[in-house]
Design a binder for this molecule. Structure first.
Ligand code: PLP
Length: 379
């Protein structure tokens, strides 16, 4: 074939994960610990709102930045949470936040990186990381600077401090973290905020798993640090992965960033899906704690079931465990697990190392127990 493909396509390598899914294609009814989405469905009242919105003809483009009622409600929420009445350290900054409704946090990440990254700009990312950060930064000619967080998967502000250069533009914070389940404490976040403040570095806080915290309350760096680009998603908390909904918010002084993101949204996604934005208005008030409560039990089954046979840190949130391969590389152990009907993902998909595997425990407790039993035998 003539060379049609753009050079940038070579900057993304999906061969590792493809190999695993090729292997997995032959599995019959596997114990599937691979897919990062909840096993509950969108709550019925929220589905009904979306259905009604479709029936009422709310199917057209919304404003680029989002349905105004939704944007206003998000802004109000954020001001209530972090603004002047909240006594948060960064309270003054969050009085009139800028808001953009995006097509998932994925869409928000693309728009923000496109708005911010010049070739050569450095983005600090904790390793292991959510895959998209690395590939989007590379695609845009930016440079990922990875912070090795093994073996405890903490935030490690002191290591981050050592990697800051004149080209550092963004530090990505993802708590609770995919793939480790790590949840960062307020003290860790404060330490990072102090470091970032010295050079006014932007912090991009991906809080898509904020409702999935099992042992401590969720803490947002937005409450402390004014140069924060805050991202919240609907995919995980409300099981709306296919609805493609999320939002970005920044304090007023970062408004130009949201404006640029909105401009790029206008020429790419145009808007987030409009009937689902109607449901999101209600979702902001919808209590999913009952649905999520069951996930603490799942976390406990995994952790208690594996901890004496495997090296793993107790995940405090999200719905993943990042487990060390008992022998060989992560990929080798995953191949063995797949032959025994358990589908897990090698750590190298989320890391510069291939020593671990990721396990997503969003399936029934019985299936989790069965999977744990097989993994124990393999160890
Ligand atoms: N951020 C993290 C850490 C994730 O794990 C995911 C999905 O797995 C996303 C962002 C993207 O989510 P969505 O685009 O569905 O909002």
């Amino acid at each position: 074939m003539k060379k049609y493909l753009a050079d940038r396509t070579a900057l993304i390598d999906a061969s590792g994960i493809r190999k695993i899914f090729n292997l997995a294609a032959s599995m019959k009814d596997p114990i599937n610990f691979s897919i990062g989405q909840p096993d509950f469905d969108v709550p019925e009242p929220l589905k009904q709102i979306a259905i009604e919105a479709i029936k009422q003809g709310k199917n057209k483009y919304t404003q680029t930045s989002g349905e105004p009622v939704l944007c206003a409600k998000i802004a109000q929420r954020i001001t209530a949470q972090f603004g002047p009445a909240s006594h948060c350290f960064a309270a003054a900054s969050w009085k009139n936040p800028s808001v953009l409704v995006a097509s998932g946090v994925s869409g928000a990440l693309l728009l923000s990186f496109m708005s911010l990254i010049n070739p050569g700009d450095e983005v600090i990312i904790g390793d292991p990381y959510f895959v998209m950060y690395k590939h989007l930064v590379n695609l845009l000619g930016g440079k990922c600077v990875f912070i090795d967080t093994y073996p405890d998967f903490g935030l490690h502000p002191e290591k981050i401090a050592g990697k800051i250069t004149d080209r550092t533009k963004i530090i990505v914070v993802n708590s609770p973290c995919n793939p480790t389940g790590a949840v960062y404490s307020l003290n860790e976040l404060k330490a990072l905020a102090e470091i970032a403040a010295k050079k006014e570095i932007l912090i991009l806080s991906d809080e898509i798993y904020d409702k999935f915290c099992y042992d401590t309350a969720f803490e947002s760096i937005a409450s402390i640090y004014p140069n924060t680009i805050l991202m919240k998603g609907f995919s995980k908390s409300f099981a709306m992965t296919g609805w493609r909904l999320a939002y970005v918010a920044t304090p007023q002084h970062l408004k130009p960033i949201v404006e640029e993101m909105t401009k790029i949204q206008q020429y790419t996604f145009v808007c987030a899906p409009s009937p689902f934005q109607q449901a999101a208005i209600t979702a902001l008030d919808y209590d999913v704690s009952d649905l999520i409560a069951g996930y603490k039990t799942k976390r406990d089954i995994i952790y208690d079931g594996l901890k004496d046979k495997f090296e793993l840190v107790k995940p405090g949130g999200a719905f993943y465990a990042f487990v060390k391969s008992p022998q060989g590389t992560g990929t080798e152990f995953v191949e063995k697990a797949i032959k025994n009907n358990v589908l897990i993902i090698p750590g190298c998909v989320f890391s510069e190392k291939d020593t671990h595997f990721r396990l997503c425990y969003t399936t029934t407790n019985d299936r989790i127990k069965k999977g744990v039993e097989i993994l124990r035998k393999l160890a």
